[in-house]
Design a protein around this ligand. Structure first.
Ligand code: ADP
Ligand code: MG
Length: 331
């Protein structure tokens, strides 16, 4: 129902960057090896995500746009969530607040597309596409002009989109990412690109670190690999000299999801406490992996906060592993 979708959309889609996050996560879930994100006017007039993933069958397109029709939660185990998407509400929500068109093709079947605008779904139509999926979202919040007022400048929204794409790109180093600003039409301008990395996870992450934070940064980063009571921490942390004036270079992930969690940010700060003044922020790309039952990632619809069953364990692991690495590097 359109009204419920619009209300839910407020939780799922706060701004263009949150729409980008949902769409790129869907592409990742679909097994894409290549993902391109294009946006115009800070994402307000256009967001387009193109992937080479598994695609959606023509007859499933209306279902993908129907609220909770695709929810992977059957009520038996809320915590047993292995893919990004688990609530089946991103596409219906986006279709309620913008003009959404999905074009998709599965294998050798014919490509098809469907559009939804202001919650009203059109018919499935034949389309042309060699494979994968293109999701195009135009005029975000045109149906809810009140929300438009809360949007910031195109530049600020573009910055937020860039940040979201870089966070997901850090989490998925084996996938190639391209970000394009197509304001004014045409091919636009590539604003970020990361080729697919190879090798083991550390090799791949190291390469991706160089694409996102720079080669010099990657070459001087400390490798982190520690485990404690079922919690694994791995990734790279920077020497104190590579700290930043803000937390933009802190990439934190829990079971593959980008998070901006107070506990984890605090632990990171704690590890560098002796080496950094209050106005400096350590740079790092750190992944915590654990049994899904040891952490609740469903705290907020935007899914960026987490709740550990044992917060002290997570904090202790981060502080001790990073202090150890810093000590080995001579700090
Ligand atoms: P969720 O991701 O929580 O399942 P969404 O509303 O984000 O819900 O997506 C609905 C469904 O549409 C997904 O479960 C998936 O089956 C399908 N889907 C969405 N985007 C893609 C994509 N890029 N490639 C293939 N399937 C997709
Ligand atoms: Mg989803």
């Amino acid at each position: 129902d359109a009204a419920i979708n619009r209300i839910a959309a407020g939780e799922v889609v706060e701004r263009p960057a949150s729409a980008v996050k949902e769409l790129v996560e869907n592409a990742i879930d679909a097994g894409a090896r290549r993902i391109e994100v294009a946006y115009a006017d800070g994402g307000k007039t256009l967001i387009r995500v193109t992937d080479d993933g598994c695609g959606i069958e023509a007859e499933s397109l209306p279902l993908a746009l129907s609220r909770h029709a695709t929810s992977k939660i059957d009520g038996t185990d809320l915590l047993d969530i292995h893919t990004f998407g688990f609530r089946g509400e991103a596409l219906p929500s986006l279709g309620a607040v913008g003009r959404l068109t999905i074009t998709s093709r599965v294998g050798r079947a014919e490509a098809a597309s469907i559009s939804v605008s202001g919650g009203k779904m059109g018919a499935v139509k034949p389309a042309a596409l060699s494979g994968g999926t293109i999701v195009e979202l135009r005029d975000l919040f045109y149906a809810t002009p009140a929300r438009l007022k809360f949007m910031r400048s195109d530049r600020a929204e573009a910055q937020a989109i860039t940040d979201v794409v870089k966070r997901l790109a850090m989490a998925e180093p084996f996938i190639a990412f391209t970000l394009r600003d197509v304001t004014g039409g045409g091919e636009g301008r590539v604003t970020f690109r990361a080729e697919a990395e190879n090798g083991d996870l550390f090799d791949a992450l190291h390469g991706r670190l160089a694409s996102i934070l720079g080669r010099e940064f990657a070459e001087n980063a400390l490798r982190i690999d520690a485990t404690r009571e079922g919690l694994r921490l791995l990734g790279y942390a920077a020497l104190p000299t590579y700290s930043r004036g803000s937390s933009v270079a802190q990439y934190l992930f829990v079971n593959g999801r980008p998070v901006k969690d107070k506990l984890l940010v605090g632990a990171l700060r704690g590890a560098y406490f002796d080496f950094l003044s209050r106005d400096r922020h350590p740079a790092a790309a750190l992944f915590i992996d654990c049994d899904p039952h040891l952490v609740d990632v469903n705290v907020h619809p935007a899914k960026s906060e987490v709740r550990f069953r044992d917060p002290g364990l997570a904090r202790g692991l981060i502080v001790s592993a990073l202090r150890h690495a810093l000590a080995e590097a001579g700090h």
